[in-house]
Design a protein around this ligand. Structure first.
Ligand code: FAD
Length: 408
């Protein structure tokens, strides 16, 4: 009897499977994943795991017994190769195929490759999965000079861990500040300073033209301005591309993510998609550039979409409207973001020093809040934005106003 087949055994795939059982789904349930490990958390890969503060077992979302106890069939290290929508069968690369009544695409994203000569030299790493993290951990012992390409969240988290070990880290970034697409200039400036205080050096407005090697191993990174940065190890962190090819090859719309509606459904009623691979309409995209759809790479999004989709598949359909939120740990500093911002949003600062929040307004409404070492603000911000509680820029900046009283 065909049941529900989930492709991708990451955060979102795991969540939809677990929530289906929790929601009373009793039919056949299978997870098809291309990695060998039990479904695990990725955030610690660039934080506690890389720093040696937790092991692989500590990353697992559930122990193996959970899947047996909940009758979830795990097909691990078993990439899905094609979807036959007419026959409703998922073909695996190994040759087997699984029938489905409903197919869930939770294939995540993969790192964007750096399109320069030398990117395939030994000593050039990326960080997406457990295997990458293990390779990188071992490589940290290979030499003291590290170049990170890309000052996004993962590059900066890695830089903080490596600098904390006393390694010489230079971060090369095409924009003029870190996390340029994701946070305000104020938050970016704070993290630049914080990273520099940890010993990290930056090269901003810098383009990598080539990775130079010697006997097949990296020795330096060449920049467009002629500089060469010596490197024993290079880590590329320039963003991701969604794994949407499976959907596209099956004729589903999949431009920059598998296209789904507010219910996470593709145009094929037997196929849904969620998590990092999915592009969906968000009520929080109001006033953002684009067509009102977003693709969000976060644990919150994977978990909340997993719950939303499982609810629909167990007879309780609801549009996905959860507020996006996110965190990043860099050395001793914690950044938390609630909502979605755009580079042009107005920025109002509350707090000072190394504990502050930046309230972002767009079209006169509070749209996002970046909190740096101010967890209280983050929780209140989530409530204010979700409930649409009016807040003016003056109120946001007023230290005498207790925001909690508004959020009640
Ligand atoms: P994934 O977790 O990537 O899972 C997708 C799975 O599908 C993968 O195992 C993939 O290999 C598999 N797959 C792909 N194609 C196929 C196929 N054809 N057949 C079978 N399997 C397939 N988010 C935060 O909110 N906070 C953080 O601090 C944070 N830190 C991060 C640090 C790192 C190093 C990384 C990599 C990510 C981090 N994220 C963080 C992002 C977060 O981990 C992702 O948003 C989340 O994992 C998305 O879940 P997902 O299930 O959509 O994708």
């Amino acid at each position: 009897e065909p049941g529900i087949v989930v492709v991708g055994a990451g955060q979102a795939g795991f969540q939809v499977a677990a929530s289906l059982r929790e929601g009373g789904y009793r039919g056949p349930l299978a997870m098809v994943g291309d990695e060998p490990a039990l479904p695990y958390q990725r955030p610690p890969l660039s934080k506690a795991y890389l720093a040696g503060k937790t092991d692989a077992e500590g990353l697992a979302l559930r122990p193996a017994t959970f899947f047996a106890d909940h009758d979830i069939a795990r097909h691990a290290a078993s990439p899905a190769a094609a979807i036959d929508r007419d026959q409703r069968r998922l073909h695996l690369a190994g040759g087997a195929s699984l029938p489905y009544a409903h197919l869930v695409l939770a294939t995540g994203a993969r790192n964007r490759p750096l399109p320069v000569p030398g990117a395939d030299l030994a000593g050039v790493h990326q960080l997406r999965g457990l295997a990458d993290a293990d390779g990188l951990k071992a490589a940290l012992a290979e030499g003291p000079r590290i170049v990170v390409v890309g000052a996004g969240f993962i590059g900066l988290e890695f830089a903080a861990v490596a600098a904390g070990r006393g390694l010489a880290v230079t971060v090369v970034e095409a924009a003029d500040r870190p996390m340029a697409r994701a946070v305000s200039a104020d938050t970016a400036a704070f993290f630049r300073g914080a990273q520099e205080a940890m010993g990290v050096r930056f090269a901003f407005a810098a383009g990598v033209t080539e990775i130079l090697g010697r006997e097949g191993r990296v020795r330096a990174v060449a920049l467009a301005d002629g500089r060469e940065l010596d490197a024993d190890l290079v880590v590329i962190g320039i963003g991701v591309v969604p794994n949407a090819e499976l959907a596209a090859a099956a004729g589903l719309p999949a431009a920059d993510g598998v296209r789904v509606d507010a219910f996470l459904a593709t145009p094929d009623p037997a196929i849904s998609a969620l998590g990092d691979c999915a592009r969906f309409p968000s009520p929080y995209a109001h006033g953002l550039p684009g067509d009102g759809t977003v693709r969000i790479e976060s644990v919150q999004n994977a978990i909340d979409q997993g719950r939303c989709l499982a609810a629909r598949l167990t007879g309780k359909p609801a549009a996905y409207t959860a507020l996006p939120w996110f965190w990043s740990d860099q050395g001793p500093h914690k950044l938390q973001i609630a909502g979605l911002s755009a580079p042009g949003d107005m920025a109002v600062i509350r707090g000072e020093g190394s504990a502050f929040s930046v309230f972002r307004f767009r079209d006169g409404h509070l749209r996002a809040v970046e909190s740096v070492n101010r967890a209280g603000d983050h929780m209140i911000a989530r409530r204010l934005i979700t409930a649409g509680i009016p807040l003016t820029p003056d109120q946001a900046a007023d230290p005498g106003l207790d925001l909690k009283t508004l959020a009640l």
